[in-house]
Design a protein around this ligand. Structure first.
Ligand code: B3K
Ligand code: ZN
Length: 874
């Protein structure tokens, strides 16, 4: 395996400026003829050979010619396993290649492959080389002028590619063709083709400047009734980008296709997005509130890429966060605006802490702009995406919304139609606002989660409150960290200093405020930087937290203060040093929140009543003890549930009335919040199940909830509670699982939920159940959604996966041997569950490491998996 380094970037001596392609699709063989129009790159001196990427394990070269004349191998061209070298092509050369590929055998789902009955493509990052020989890197932008697709008309009536349809017609022998042309030059990773027997819905959108765009959303025919939410989300995205950033869509056509077998969420191919069905299909019976929100978010994300990614793309793959961090930030803002900004922020921060902080504390830690890779596909990470989005958010915090917009405008003005770097983005932001962002640029090169320690003092004689912040990170020089702070008067609870952004630029800095009496600081409001905030003394001031949990005017930090209190209490429980005082603070905070004091949003209320997740708690421990975390968190949950059982029950009933009064299921923020809060009540109530009577009561409640469910959200909430029941709850559990499976009636996305809910169950024999489920007729490793729904989800069941016997690790290790042969992208993702072995105690660590060593010795092993396991063992 070859490691590629960021600093080795060299521009191409020759560029393909235009390409024509002809796909003749036959059963078991697709012939791809390509014409590449080659010009010297004016910014590079010296010319030299033209190097085309091509993956010989996938493409079989049939012929290569110039002006109708076959080239002579060894003399005019050379062939290597991963490239074709054309010796010193003259300017204006038109190179023609013919290759054969077999999409039917492409289990990696990169390049052209089959998903069920349809052909579809995935080219990012380096899939185009599995379709034809080409300079498969983002700095080669070409016009895809004539893309001709030909196939059997009866089996494959729909033929789609990027851009506009320019020709189509019938051919002999029941075959037909369509030709597509995309006027916008693009890198190969944005190419797409879809060929199949598809159903679709259509609509139109008129942009502010009056361009009418035809919109189409496609899926397998039986699912067309589940496409409407995606279409509505698309129109909302188009409108939002016009309103927020003045960005309009630029082609006459925008198509989205849902495919079942897909390695990730979706792909922003120009004018032809290809989506995992899980992020397109949604209706009231089959999709939960979270599913609807994800569809809206991902549809937005891919749409927003049209400007941040497609019109302005990445010069090289190390710049990935340039398009991904920025586009995630944009989709977060969009979702916040469509629903609730405060709720969205809490959800996003939970994600950063649980996933990104974990990644940054393990062997795959990397800066948002990585320095090297073996397989680029391994770097579509939480760091590049969500920490990248946090970095973009910091520009927004530092420059303000208007300043940020000015920077975006200048970025497009300067770079439209080109591939650029993160430095170019930073420069546009700096120049548009006439500020120096050179220190800020360290965020692009620093891995790991920085810490910020705080201490404060109030001088009553002068009325000066001083806040000292001290940063620590993997960077030699201090980072530029925006720390949003507000000050609350200790006596009155009033906010005396509203949110102010402090520029923390030195290792240690003191900020002074004139106040009239002592204050409680509310620090890092809205999570203004992706850092760990901690008291300098090491001991949290619980009284201050209790105060903030009740009084903070910043919704995010009020939630945060409650979470910190829960965390204290959980760790005290774990260490056998429970303090009554802490527990009382927790009870007070819970009770107040339950009553809804100072809260006007059901979702915020729900999140404030939920304990931090096990994954978040893990990041608070040097050496993670999954079993202890699970036990301690469960114990605190029990205490709360028992103490407030009556109040929770009453709240549950009250909310049930409101849900019922809400009538037909709707997915607006308020109805979602109602269901969310009611389901949190259910979760607490169902956690009381020690005695047979309690088990019976919990099972009855959950069963009733299941039967009366207003939709998938409630159904899943009930089913997750039931799935972990034993004793007197067993019967209800088995009944519900069977009923849910039968009701799914084979519909994949619901069957996926059925697998997941069982993989997450809190039962002593869950591993055996999961193993048994891998033998279920509906289970397959070949469809990533299905594989993930059971196996990847099982790795998130921390106490089961990290069972001291090591059996959980062994199960994953053995499965990876099979999976890696089929799909390296999915196998390397799954292997990430094993790589943080140094974070666990010696015994668990050794068991995880043993699995990694077995994998590393495996032959053959994919580059993707090799990179992950070898980095983990380094
Ligand atoms: N750009 C794609 C991700 C491609 C992943 C390649 N392994 C989806 C997205 O971020 O929008
Ligand atoms: Zn993206």
């Amino acid at each position: 395996p070859v490691e590629v380094f960021r600093t080795d970037y060299k521009p191409l001596p020759h560029l393909v400026t235009k390409i024509n392609m002809d796909f003749v699709i036959e059963n078991g063989k697709t012939t791809v003829t390509s014409e590449l129009f080659i010009e010297p790159n004016s910014s590079v001196e010296g010319g030299g050979d033209l190097v085309l990427d091509g993956d010989e394990s996938c493409v079989k070269l049939m012929s290569v010619s110039i002006d109708g004349k076959e080239l002579e191998k060894g003399k005019e061209y050379d062939l290597e396993p991963q490239k074709m070298i054309i010796k010193s092509p003259a300017p204006g050369t038109v190179l023609k290649t013919v290759v054969e590929i077999v999409p039917e055998e492409n289990t990696q789902l990169s390049g052209l492959y089959k998903s069920g009955p349809m052909y579809c493509s995935q080219c990012e990052a380096m899939g185009f080389r599995r379709i034809t020989y080409y300079p498969d890197r983002p700095d080669n932008m070409a016009v895809f002028e004539n893309i001709r697709l030909e196939a059997d008309e009866k089996d494959y009536p729909v033929l789609l590619s990027n851009g506009n349809l320019v020709d189509s017609g019938k051919l002999e022998n029941g075959r037909h063709f369509a030709s597509w042309s995309d006027p916008f030059p693009k890198p190969s990773y944005l190419f797409a083709a879809v060929v199949g027997n598809l159903g679709y819905i259509e609509d139109t959108y008129t942009t502010t400047s009056g361009r009418e765009v035809k919109l189409g959303v496609y899926s397998e025919k039986e699912n067309v009734d589940k496409l409407h939410y995606a279409m509505d989300s698309l129109k909302r995205s188009m409108k939002w980008d016009e309103d927020k950033f003045g960005l309009e869509y630029d082609l006459d056509l925008y198509n989205i296709v849902a495919v079942e077998s897909f390695n990730m969420g979706a792909m922003e191919n120009k004018g032809l997005n290809v989506f995992n069905t899980a992020y397109v299909l949604a209706d009231k019976d089959t999709a939960s509130d979270a599913d609807f929100e994800r569809v809206e978010g991902v549809i937005g994300h891919e749409y927003f890429h049209n400007w941040t990614g497609n019109r302005v793309t990445c010069r090289d793959w190390f710049q990935l966060t340039l398009k991904e961090g920025l586009t995630v930030f944009r989709d977060q803002e969009f979702s916040g605006d469509m629903n609730s900004n405060a709720v969205k922020r809490i959800e996003d921060v939970r994600m950063v802490r649980a996933r990104q902080f974990a990644e940054d504390a393990g062997p795959m830690a990397h800066p948002i702009r990585p320095e090297s890779y073996i397989s680029m596909d391994n770097f579509y990470t939480a760091t590049v995406y969500v920490k990248g989005a946090e970095v973009i958010r910091m520009y927004n915090t530092l420059l303000g919304t208007e300043g940020f917009r000015k920077g975006m405008d200048l970025y497009f003005e300067r770079h439209d139609g080109t591939g650029v770097t993160c430095d170019d983005f930073l420069q546009a932001m700096a120049d548009a606002n006439d500020v120096d962002l050179s220190q800020f640029s360290l965020w692009y090169s620093t891995p790991g989660t920085p810490t910020v320690k705080y201490s404060s003092a109030y001088d009553a004689s002068t009325g000066v409150f001083s806040l000292t912040l001290e940063q620590e990170s993997k960077s030699d020089k201090p980072l530029h960290i925006p720390v949003s702070v507000g000050l609350m008067d200790k006596e009155s609870g009033e906010e005396v200093v509203p949110t102010t952004v402090l520029d923390l630029k030195e290792s240690k800095q003191t900020f002074e405020f004139n106040v009239k009496g002592d204050v409680v600081p509310s620090i890092l409001r809205d999570f203004s930087a992706p850092v760990k905030l901690m008291p300098d003394s090491g001991a949290v001031d619980e009284e201050a937290l209790a105060f903030l949990a009740a009084e903070d005017t910043d919704g995010f930090n009020r939630w945060e203060a409650g979470q910190r209190l829960y965390t204290s209490s959980i760790f005290q429980n774990m260490n056998g040093k429970e303090s009554e005082k802490t527990l009382q603070y927790v009870f007070d905070a819970f009770e107040r929140t339950l009553k809804g004091e100072k809260l006007d949003d059901y979702s915020i209320q729900a999140y404030a009543l939920l304990l931090p997740t096990e994954a978040t708690l893990s990041e608070e421990m040097e050496i993670i003890d999954p079993t202890a975390i699970h036990k301690a968190r469960g114990a605190v949950k029990q205490k709360i549930a028992r103490k407030f059982q009556n109040e929770i029950s009453a709240k549950y009933e009250e909310l049930s009335g409101l849900v019922e009064a809400d009538g037909e299921l709707s997915v607006d923020a308020k109805s979602i919040g109602l269901r969310r809060l009611r389901n949190v009540m259910l979760e607490y109530l169902c956690s009381i199940k020690e005695t047979p009577e309690e088990q019976k009561a919990a099972a009855e409640l959950a069963k009733k909830h299941f039967e009366n469910a207003s939709g998938m959200t409630d159904k899943m909430a009930a089913l997750s509670a039931l799935a972990s029941m034993e004793g007197k709850g067993t019967e209800a559990r088995d009944w519900a699982l069977q009923k849910f499976y039968d009701d799914a009636d084979g519909y994949s996305l619901v069957v996926d939920k059925w697998f997941s809910v069982q993989a997450l169950a809190n039962l002593p024999d869950v591993l055996d159940r999961v193993k048994k489920l891998t033998k279920h007729p509906d289970f397959t490793l070949e469809v990533p959604n299905r594989c993930r729904s059971l196996v990847s989800v099982f790795t998130m069941n921390a106490p089961a996966f990290h069972n001291p016997s090591g059996e959980g690790y062994k199960f994953i290790g053995e499965l990876l041997v099979e999976l890696d042969k089929l799909n390296p992208q999915v196998s390397s993702r799954l292997a990430s569950s094993l790589i943080r072995w140094r974070r666990y105690d010696e015994k668990l660590g050794a068991l995880m490491k043993a699995e990694l060593e077995k994998l590393k010795a495996m032959k053959p092993i994919s580059e993707d998996l090799y990179e992950i396991v070898s980095k983990a063992l380094d």
